[in-house]
Design a binder for this molecule. Structure first.
Ligand SMILES: Cc1cc2nc3c(=O)[nH]c(=O)nc-3n(C[C@H](O)[C@H](O)[C@H](O)COP(=O)(O)OP(=O)(O)OC[C@H]3O[C@@H](n4cnc5c(N)ncnc54)[C@H](O)[C@@H]3O)c2cc1C
Length: 494
C-alpha cells in the first residue's frame, strides 16, 4: 500500500503505469472548477469537467453559482439600480434635470441575463481553446482502485457513464441555506436565485440575514423603490469587519433607508399568495411582527456534497458539511483535491479560483501556496466595503503593537468631483516595523482600491512605502497614500 501511495504522489494520484480516460477530472465548473480545469490543461494534462447546471430553459451551463446566480448577475443589478437611483435622486445635484424617470424592470433583468449568457459562453470558449472536455451531468465517485485510478460516474437523462481519472478535483460549491419548514418558491420566498429575477419591485421586502448577500440584494431592491427591512440574528452588524468600518456602514445604510434590526429571534413565518408575515423577538425580547410582500432568505450557504459518492472513495464531510482538506487542498485520499465553497475558508469566487490554480499545480508536482490572510473581501454596496489583512480588534487580541492611519474621502477632490464623498480608508501597521497588517476601506470603488493594499501586503510593504509612492491626482487612490502617511501622523491634506 505504501508503495502505491508513494507512486501515486509522484504521478498526481495514480500509478504511472495505470490507464485512465483523463489525467484530471474536475467536478463542478464554478470559478474554482473551471479555473482548475484550464490551469491543469495549460500544464499539459488531459482534463474533463463535469457540470450538471441547467438554466431555466433547460440549457446546460458552465460557470456555477458565481456566473449564473451569484457575483456576476448581482453586480449587474447593483449597477443598474445604482443608475436608476442616481437618475431619480443624484443627477439634480450635477445640474441635470430629468423630468420623468421610469423603471423598465424587464429590460434590467434582460440585461443581467445577457451578461450571464455572455460570460458563461466565455467559459465554454475557454474550454474549447484549452481542450477541456465538458461532460454534462451529475458526477459521483464510484471507487478508487488499488492502482490509484479514480472512477467517476456521470448521470444524465437516466443514462450513466463511468470515466477514469488519475486525479479528481471536487469543486461542487455551495447552495443557499434555507429556513427549516419555509419552502423557497422564488416567488414570495426567495433565496439568491429568485431575488435576482423579481418580476416586480415589491413594496415591502423583508430579508432574513444582514450579511453580504442580504445587504447587496437589499440595496438593489431599495434603490428600485422597495421598503427594505433586514432581520439579523447576530447582535453585531457585519461582525467580521473592522469595527470602525462596520459602524460607518451601519450609519450610512440606515440613512439610505435600509431598516436593519440586529439580535432578533425569528419566530413563526406565515406565507400566503399575497405575502409573508414574520413574527420575531427584537433585541429587547419584545414580540414584533413584520408584514412584507416578499421575503429573501440569506442566512448563509451550505456546501454541495449531496449524492457525490464520497464514501465510495473513503471520504466524508466534517460536522458542518465541508470536505476536510489541508493547506494545499489535498483531501485525505491521494489524488483527490477539493476547492472553493465546498471546503473551509471564505466563500469567495477569487478564493475558489486561487485554490483551483493551486490544486492543478499540486497535481503537476509543483509546490504552490496560498496566504489566506491576503485574500481581499468586498461588499458591493454603495459605498463599497473592502478589506484585506486583519482588523484592529484581531491584532490587539493577538497582542500586536499597532499604529493606525485613517483618512476621509470627503476631503479628496476626486471623491467630491464624482459626488461620492462618503467613507474613509484605514491602514493598520506594525508599530515597530511599520509593516502593513490590514487595510479597511469604505468608499466608492473600494473593490478597485483594495487591490493596491493586497499588493502591499503580499510584498510586505511598510506604510511608509505607500506614503512615498506617487499616486495619480486627482484620484480616490490618493486617500490610500494619505491613510498610509496618517499612520505616522504625516497626512498632508488634513
Ligand atoms: C448572490 C451572490 C453574490 C455573490 N457575490 C460574490 C462576489 O461579488 N464576489 C465573490 O468573490 N463571491 C461572491 N459570491 C460567492 C461566490 O459565488 C462563490 O464563492 C463561488 O461561486 C464559489 O465557487 P465554487 O467554484 O466553489 O462553486 P460554485 O460557483 O457554487 O460552482 C459549483 C458548481 O458545481 C456544480 N456541481 C455541484 N455538484 C455537482 C455534481 N455532483 N456533479 C456535477 N456538477 C456539480 C454546480 O452545478 C455548480 O455549477 C456570491 C454568491 C452569491 C450567492
Amino acid at each position: 500500500m505504501a508503495v502505491i501511495e508513494e507512486a501515486a504522489a509522484v504521478s498526481g494520484g495514480a500509478l504511472a503505469s495505470a490507464s485512465a480516460d483523463f489525467d484530471v477530472i474536475v467536478i463542478g465548473s464554478g470559478p474554482g472548477g473551471y479555473i482548475a480545469a484550464i490551469r491543469a490543461a495549460q500544464l499539459g494534462k488531459t482534463v474533463a469537467c463535469i457540470e450538471e447546471w441547467r438554466d431555466d430553459a433547460g440549457k446546460p451551463k458552465l460557470g456555477g453559482t458565481c456566473l449564473n446566480v451569484g457575483c456576476i448577475p448581482s453586480k449587474a443589478l447593483l449597477a443598474s439600480s445604482e443608475h436608476f437611483e442616481q437618475a431619480v435622486h443624484g443627477f439634480a445635484e450635477h445640474g441635470i434635470q430629468v423630468k420623468e424617470v421610469a423603471l423598465d424592470l424587464p429590460q434590467m433583468i434582460r440585461r443581467k441575463a445577457a451578461i450571464v449568457d455572455k460570460i458563461t459562453g466565455g467559459v465554454e470558449f475557454l474550454f474549447r481553446k484549452n481542450k477541456v472536455t465538458w461532460i454534462k451531468g451529475h458526477g459521483k465517485f464510484t471507487d478508487r482502485g488499488t492502482d490509484g485510478v479514480i472512477r467517476v460516474e456521470v448521470l444524465e437523462d437516466n443514462s450513466a457513464k463511468t470515466y477514469r481519472a488519475r486525479s479528481v478535483i471536487i469543486a461542487t460549491g455551495s447552495r443557499a441555506r434555507h429556513l427549516p419548514g419555509i419552502p423557497v418558491d422564488n416567488k414570495i420566498v426567495s433565496d439568491n436565485v429568485g431575488a435576482l429575477s423579481f418580476d416586480t419591485v415589491p413594496k415591502r421586502l423583508a430579508i432574513i440575514g444582514a450579511g453580504v448577500i442580504g445587504l447587496e440584494l437589499g440595496s438593489v431592491w431599495r434603490r428600485l423603490g422597495a421598503e427594505v427591512t433586514l432581520l439579523e440574528a447576530l447582535p453585531t452588524f457585519l461582525g467580521a469587519l473592522d469595527e470602525t468600518v462596520a459602524k460607518e456602514a451601519e450609519r450610512i445604510f440606515e440613512k439610505q433607508g435600509l431598516n436593519i434590526h440586529l439580535a432578533v429571534t425569528i419566530g413563526k413565518i406565515d406565507m400566503s399568495a399575497q405575502g409573508v408575515s414574520i413574527a420575531y423577538k427584537d433585541k429587547e425580547g419584545v414580540d414584533q411582527k413584520l408584514e412584507a410582500d416578499r421575503l429573501i432568505v440569506s442566512i448563509g450557504r451550505v456546501p454541495n456534497t449531496h449524492n457525490l459518492g464520497l464514501d465510495a472513495v473513503g471520504l466524508s464531510t466534517d460536522t458542518r458539511g465541508f470536505i476536510p482538506v489541508d493547506d494545499q487542498c489535498r483531501t485525505s485520499v491521494p489524488g483527490i483535491y477539493a476547492i472553493g465553497d465546498v471546503v473551509r475558508g471564505p466563500m469567495l469566487a477569487h478564493k475558489a479560483e486561487d485554490e483551483g490554480v493551486m490544486a492543478a499545480e499540486m497535481i503537476d508536482g509543483q509546490k504552490p501556496a496560498i496566504d489566506y490572510n491576503r485574500i481581499p473581501w468586498v461588499i458591493y454596496t454603495e459605498p463599497e466595503i473592502a478589506w484585506v489583512g486583519k482588523s484592529e480588534a484581531q491584532l490587539k487580541a493577538e497582542g500586536c503593537e499597532i499604529q493606525t492611519g485613517q483618512f476621509p474621502m470627503k476631503v479628496n477632490g476626486r471623491a467630491l468631483g464624482v459626488g461620492r464623498p462618503e467613507g474613509f480608508i484605514k491602514m493598520i501597521a506594525d508599530a515597530k516595523t511599520d509593516e502593513i497588517l490590514g487595510v479597511h476601506i469604505i468608499s466608492a470603488n473600494a473593490s478597485e482600491l483594495i487591490a493596491e493594499a493586497v499588493v502591499a501586503l503580499e510584498f510586505g510593504a511598510a506604510s511608509e512605502d505607500i506614503g512615498m509612492i506617487s499616486h495619480p491626482h486627482p484620484s480616490l487612490s490618493e486617500v490610500m497614500r494619505e491613510s498610509a502617511l496618517a499612520v505616522r501622523k504625516r497626512a498632508l491634506n488634513m
